[in-house]
Design a protein around this ligand. Structure first.
Ligand SMILES: [Fe+2]
Length: 344
């Protein structure tokens, strides 16, 4: 068996592969690790055949939709997943065949209604149903402590105690555990009475995960996060260094249009000498009159370098094939002591 555990902060994801058939699956992929999963698969000489989410994640950005689209393979989730994009919806008792490896699906609602665990021969991927020394929380959308009690005590914990436990999260540097170890040492599993367990889960008062609303929006819709949008735009445009722009501005090289895409107040408070002003918000509406020649060389800039990247990507899409973005922003430009007009 080929096995890789990829951690992103506290998020744990897995590549599991069959060395005889060269088939593999990725479980709970995180969006910043897309290239890593592909690289690991290539390194092991396997092809990723399934991309699986154990549940609708509320605290990190799932790569399942993107990875499945890029690889042309099914995105797998429980049939109750609220996401529209899973094309292989599974249910209790189903088996996903990854070459000669069989992943048996257990429906384990509680952390979320669509939560599943996946049992391979000697291990179980527990998602956020069972964590090492903890359980998934039940206070986020579709969570239910009563259901979690049943999923744990009447299903998951009745499996072979020797099974290795691989959860979707671990913030303490653990790699794995076993069912037996969890039964003995997991503090939450010591509450074996339903009422006591439910009461404990209801009174945990945990802080909300970072990016909760954005993660739910992205994972439930299959859309992209703001960070992804910026990364995708940055992949489509070249950049120009601040030193290069300064030299060209000071050299009077007027074939370069320096385009300030910030709002009016920011532009008037101080901009790069010679800059034209065209706010990002009205770029598409005013581009024809502001930039009649699509063959000109343009460098966009904003305050920190993010909006200018989007603006340069938009200009390239519109046919300004020589548009680039400043590598940095007005903030960094000022901090370098580069010329600003009007002088502060
Ligand atoms: Fe979760």
């Amino acid at each position: 068996m080929i096995f890789e555990q990829v951690a992103t902060n506290g998020c744990q994801s897995y590549l599991i592969g069959c060395s005889e058939t060269c088939a593999a699956a990725v479980i709970d992929p995180e969006v910043r690790q897309i290239e890593r999963y592909k690289a690991l698969a290539a390194q092991h000489g396997v092809r990723i055949r399934y991309v699986i989410d154990t549940h609708m994640h509320a605290d990190h950005f799932s790569a399942t939709k993107q990875l499945s689209e890029q690889l042309g393979v099914p995105a797998v989730a429980h049939r109750l997943s609220p996401a529209p994009y899973p094309d292989l919806r599974v249910d209790e008792g189903d088996v996903i065949k990854v070459g000669n490896i069989r992943l048996a699906v257990l429906h384990t609602p509680g952390h979320t209604h669509d939560a599943i665990c996946l049992v391979a021969s000697d291990r179980v991927f527990t998602g956020d149903t069972l964590l090492i020394g903890a359980t998934g929380r039940t206070d986020l959308p579709t969570g239910d402590p009563d259901e979690l009690f049943d999923s744990l005590f009447n299903k998951l914990l009745k499996l072979d105690p020797g099974l290795r436990v691989y959860p979707a999260h671990d913030y303490k540097g653990h790699r794995c555990s076993t069912i037996a170890e969890e039964l003995v040492s997991n503090p939450r599993l010591q509450k074996k009475d339903r009422g006591e367990f439910v009461e404990m889960m209801r009174t945990l008062s945990l802080s909300m995960p970072e990016h909760l609303t954005e993660a739910l929006r992205v994972n439930m819709s299959g859309g992209v996060s703001v960070a992804q949008l910026l990364t995708e735009a940055a992949a489509e445009v070249p950049f120009m260094s601040m030193d290069e722009v300064k030299a060209r501005v000071e050299g009077g090289a007027n074939e370069l249009i320096v385009l300030d895409v910030r709002e009016k107040d920011a532009f008037e408070a101080g901009h790069i000498p010679t800059a034209k002003h065209l706010p990002r918000g009205v770029l598409e509406l005013r581009v024809n009159e502001a930039l009649p020649d699509p063959t000109v060389r343009i460098v966009t800039y904003c305050e920190v370098g993010k909006i200018s990247t989007l603006a340069a990507a938009t200009l390239r899409k519109l046919g300004f094939t020589r548009a680039v973005a400043l590598d940095g922003g007005m903030k960094a430009w000022r901090e370098k002591g580069f010329p600003v007009e009007p002088a502060a």
